[in-house]
Design a protein around this ligand. Structure first.
Ligand SMILES: Nc1nc2c(ncn2[C@@H]2O[C@H](COP(=O)(O)OP(=O)(O)O)[C@@H](O)[C@H]2O)c(=O)[nH]1
Ligand SMILES: [Mg+2]
Length: 556
């Protein structure tokens, strides 16, 4: 893979990784977010390094107070431009040292340009610095100044070589390890220099240091020992600093710079497929959790229509109440009179004349109908309430579910599911449908009734509702539920509509109710499914990353 291909591959992978989404994941504090952000930052660094292959190398000297950063930077620069001090921190802003042309180039870079603009950098143009190297004397990271630490972190993101200086006393400090871990995460080529230590100390410390760097996640890191030596003119003698500085100077020629950058980038890129895998695994487990939540919604809401029908069938209180009304209705003899009229094939005009007779009967009929309607709506509403409550309590058991609820009100509390008005509207629409069934199914027998639409159809509607409610729309045997006197609902209907038609009617309206409830249940389920769309990265986004990861792995 040449530089351009590599650059393109990394840019595309970065783009696809961004597609896993950020904002939603941040809102729900997704467990894969920190590794995702680390990976993106690392890739930004790699891409940036490839982009500036021909530019001067940025060598950053960092570490705690008194480690010797300024002294070593001066030594490399060949002049005492960075102030050194035995007692207190002297460097509060980074000092950037290099040949004027090199400085110009480096200071154009994003982070450094911004720092230079707000005077957060001190620049020292100096001809004695080797061409191709720009040296930065970083602020002391152990200073009380938080600005120092922030500046050091920003330098880490642009450094080509990170030279970390530590003494025998400070090398294991957590304050420094933080930066070494970050350098490892960013795959910045790192050289750790043990300063002001005797050979005996170095012999003891260097293996321990190597172990600590390994634990910090460094894949390729070098260590060096800078023996104690007298400092003169704020610089170390070349005889002492030479071996360490030579490693840095060797990178200065253009070819070496390019090779260094490509090497560090390639070294890091080799780990990318495995890192993407680890990330995708974390994303997958989150997606699996989201699928689990979706399955709960699907299962619970799929049961709703059957539960409603079963409850209608078993709904004792409802049945009793309606039965009472029906008994009154039939008992009043009003319906029978109408039946006689119908069966006796009175002319519509004459039949209609009968209607006002049963003012009381019609009122009872109206009440029976309302009883059934309200009862069914109430029961449907209760089933929807219970379903929503069940789903929400199952979601609450899962971290992903809790995260969703932490983002906004729950659908049940917000009234976006299990609305009473929806249940009532459903029953009203169903009742309308029942009336239409009645009007059409017994067409032959009801030819006269169709013309007397409102009166007879409303009666039959309530009769059917009652019949249905009482019997659950079942067998003829069951239909023998007796009302007052000798007239059963079944008989009433059968005589008017015909036996076969009654069965068909019951099947149809039962199915119709089932379908309506299923539709409402589905739309309530969608309220929960919509919440889940932002619960985890989309399969498309994951597939895109996976495909890109495979392509990269294939090219390595
Ligand atoms: N003897 C000796 N003194 C050193 C060495 N490096 C730094 N110093 C002294 O340690 C003090 C702190 O050094 P300085 O470069 O300012 O450290 P910084 O805070 O990391 O920039 C100064 O007095 C230096 O002269 C060294 O290798 N040997
Ligand atoms: Mg200093």
């Amino acid at each position: 893979m040449d530089r351009e291909e590599l650059q393109q591959t990394l840019t595309e992978l970065r783009h696809d990784l961004l597609g896993l989404d950020g904002e939603a994941a941040r809102l729900r504090d997704a467990p894969w977010l920190p590794p995702w952000e680390r990976l993106l930052r690392r890739m930004d660094g790699l891409i940036a390094r490839l982009e500036r292959e021909d530019e001067p190398l940025l060598v950053v000297f960092a570490g705690g107070t008194g480690a010797g950063k300024s002294t070593l930077a001066n030594t490399l620069a060949g002049s005492a431009v960075a102030a050194t001090s035995a007692r207190r921190p002297t460097t509060s802003v980074p000092t950037v040292i290099g040949r004027p042309g090199d400085l110009d180039t480096v200071l154009r870079r994003g982070v450094l340009a911004a720092e230079a603009e707000r005077a957060a950098l001190r620049t020292a143009p100096l001809e004695s610095v080797p061409e191709g190297l720009v040296v930065v004397d970083a602020p002391d990271v152990d200073s009380v100044e938080t600005a120092n630490r922030a500046a050091t972190e920003r330098l880490l993101e642009v450094a080509d070589v990170w030279v970390w200086l530590a003494t025998a006393r400070t090398y294991a400090d957590e304050a420094g390890m933080v930066y070494l871990r970050q350098a490892a995460q960013l795959d910045v080529s790192t050289l750790v220099v043990l300063t002001q230590a005797s050979d005996a100390e170095a012999h003891e410390i260097l293996p321990d240091l190597a172990e600590k760097l390994d634990a910090a996640g460094h894949r390729t890191v070098e260590t060096a020992h800078l023996p104690t030596a007298p400092v003169s003119g704020e610089r170390l003698p070349e005889s002492v600093a030479g071996p360490v500085l030579e490693r840095i100077r060797a990178l200065a020629p253009a070819e070496q710079r390019a090779a260094h950058r490509r090497r560090t980038v390639l070294g890091a890129v080799r780990y990318l497929p495995a890192e993407v895998d680890a990330l995708l695994e974390a994303v997958d487990s989150e997606r699996a959790a989201a699928r689990g939540l979706a399955a709960t919604v699907e299962e619970d809401y799929a049961d709703v229509p059957q539960r409603v029908l079963t409850q209608l069938h078993e709904g004792e209180p409802l049945r009793r109440e309606v039965l009472r009304r029906w008994t009154e209705l039939v008992g009043s003899g009003w319906l029978q009179r109408q039946l006689h009229a119908a069966v006796g094939q009175l002319s519509p005009r004459r039949w209609l004349a009968w209607l006002p007779l049963g003012r009381g009967g019609r009122q009872v009929e109206q009440e029976a109908k309302e009883e059934a309607r309200a009862g069914i709506a109430e029961m449907l509403h209760t089933v929807l309430e219970q379903t929503a409550a069940g789903v929400e309590s199952a979601w609450q058991q899962e971290p992903v579910g809790r995260a969703i609820f932490a983002r906004g009100p729950r659908p049940r509390a917000a009234g976006s599911v299990a609305r009473r008005a929806d249940a009532e509207a459903l029953v009203a629409a169903w009742e309308q449908q029942v009336a239409e069934h009645v009007a059409t199914i017994g067409r032959a027998k009801l030819s006269w009734a169709r013309r007397a639409t409102t009166g007879i159809n409303a009666t039959f509607t309530s009769a059917v509702l009652v019949l249905f409610t009482l019997s659950g729309g079942l067998s003829t045997g069951e239909l023998a539920l007796t009302a007052a006197g000798s007239t059963t609902t079944h008989t009433v209907l059968s005589r008017i509509l015909g036996e076969r038609n009654v069965h068909q009617l019951i099947t149809d309206i039962r199915e119709d109710l089932h379908n309506r409830v299923a539709e409402l249940a589905e739309s309530e389920a969608q309220v929960y499914h919509r919440l889940l769309t932002v619960a985890a990265p989309s399969p498309e986004a994951v597939d895109a990353v996976r495909a890109r990861r495979d392509a990269l792995a294939g090219e390595l």
